[in-house]
Ligand binder design. Structure first.
Ligand SMILES: [Zn+2]
Length: 369
């Protein structure tokens, strides 16, 4: 396990490469931003928006998929600012928090039309447990539905343009071809949507769930997509994306931060809407030896708001914390909702602890330095 010499990301991170100079692909992507002419990109964006704007106003101009978080708040306002009439579409998170609910309502109350879709929670809890046990990812159902539900609504309502936020491959590193993509295709979802190789059809078969009970997890067919001409853009391709700046922008418009730094994180402003996120991030630690603090500290280093030395100290304190609570919700309550005991949870944790990077005491062989 090796860490980037500029930021603090390790080479165990999926799709991240560290080059001969010891610099990771996420840092290189950020460095290459200097070459980008954002004035030109804004012109391109305006052409696209003009093309997709409803000519008679009888339908929405675009869909902004989002959870009511800082980024979707920013996307919604940006679209309005650029003369679009957006419909906000939220796929409910797997375990919506009280704060997440307040932030959704705050966005609505800024005067947006809004659709929330909640896939059957009874089925979903079964899938949460199954996905945690088999691929070590409790958030699999959420990752599927956040990408499929807005696309399904686009097809059903005949709204061709989806305006996503950032292309996670830009900031977090990934194959160059994917980082340059500005259209979210089905292939992108399959490769980078975080599905860990588990297919919807596998889940149906193994858990004996009827396909009709998982409609919200099913991506529209190519023919349906073509009929409406559904396409997606990443706003992060056209505008210089900055999560922290988006959070401040959203806060001025009613978005609430958490009172203190979120458990296992180093900020108060992101991942506030799903109580299961602490478990999700802990499994990232068990599998790859890094957590959310590493991602956030790395972004701060690239933007010059944190030194690498400060980042190392913070990350060593915060990453890998056992998720005893998340946003104040106890692990007990979260596990209870997916019908899992603490003992079963501990067994799953051990199953996914990566023996190649952790010793028998649970310490990393190559800790961040
Ligand atoms: Zn780096």
């Amino acid at each position: 396990m090796k860490h980037c010499s500029r930021c603090v990301l390790p080479d165990t991170k999926p799709d991240l490469q560290i080059d001969a100079e010891g610099v990771c692909s996420a840092c290189r992507n950020y460095e290459n931003r200097k070459e980008i002419d954002y004035t030109e990109r804004m012109k391109d964006l305006l052409v696209i928006l003009e093309h997709y704007r409803s000519k008679n106003g009888w339908r929405y101009d675009c869909i902004v998929p989002g959870s009511g978080g800082k980024d979707s708040t920013y996307q919604a306002f940006k679209m309005r600012e650029l003369g679009m009439n957006p419909l906000i579409v939220t796929a409910s998170t797997d375990h919506l928090t009280v704060l997440g609910r307040r932030n959704i309502e705050a966005l609505k109350n800024n005067g947006f039309d809004y659709i929330e879709v909640t896939p059957n929670p009874v089925i979903r809890r079964k899938i949460n447990k199954f996905a945690l046990e088999t691929i070590g990812d409790i958030s699999w159902p959420e990752h599927v539905t956040m990408f499929t539900i807005p696309v399904r609504i686009a097809v059903q309502m005949g709204i061709p343009l989806l305006v996503w936020g950032e292309n996670s491959q830009h900031e977090y590193g990934g194959p160059a071809s994917a980082a340059q993509s500005n259209v979210l295709t089905r292939r992108w979802l399959e490769e980078f949507g975080g599905l860990n190789g588990l297919r919807v059809s596998d889940v149906q078969e193994i858990l004996g769930i009827e396909p009709k009970e998982m409609l919200q997890y099913t991506y529209p067919s190519d023919a349906e997509l073509q009929d409406v001409g559904v396409t997606g853009i990443f706003l992060g391709y056209y505008l210089p994306w900055d999560g922290r700046a988006n959070a401040e922008y959203a806060q001025e418009r009613g978005f609430e931060f958490y009172d203190t730094n979120v458990e296992g994180s180093i900020v108060r402003y992101e991942n506030l809407d799903n109580a299961q996120t602490g478990i999700h991030d802990y499994f990232k630690w068990l599998k790859y030896g890094f957590g959310r603090a590493s991602d956030l500290a790395s972004m701060a280093i690239r933007r010059g708001t944190m030194t690498r030395k400060q980042a190392v100290k913070l990350v060593r304190e915060r990453d890998g914390q056992f998720p005893e609570t998340y946003l104040g919700v106890s692990l007990h309550a979260i596990l209870k909702s997916i019908d899992m005991t603490r003992q079963e949870f501990n067994v799953v944790c051990e199953k996914f602890r990566n023996k190649a990077i952790f010793d028998d005491n649970g310490e990393l062989f190559s800790p961040l330095e």
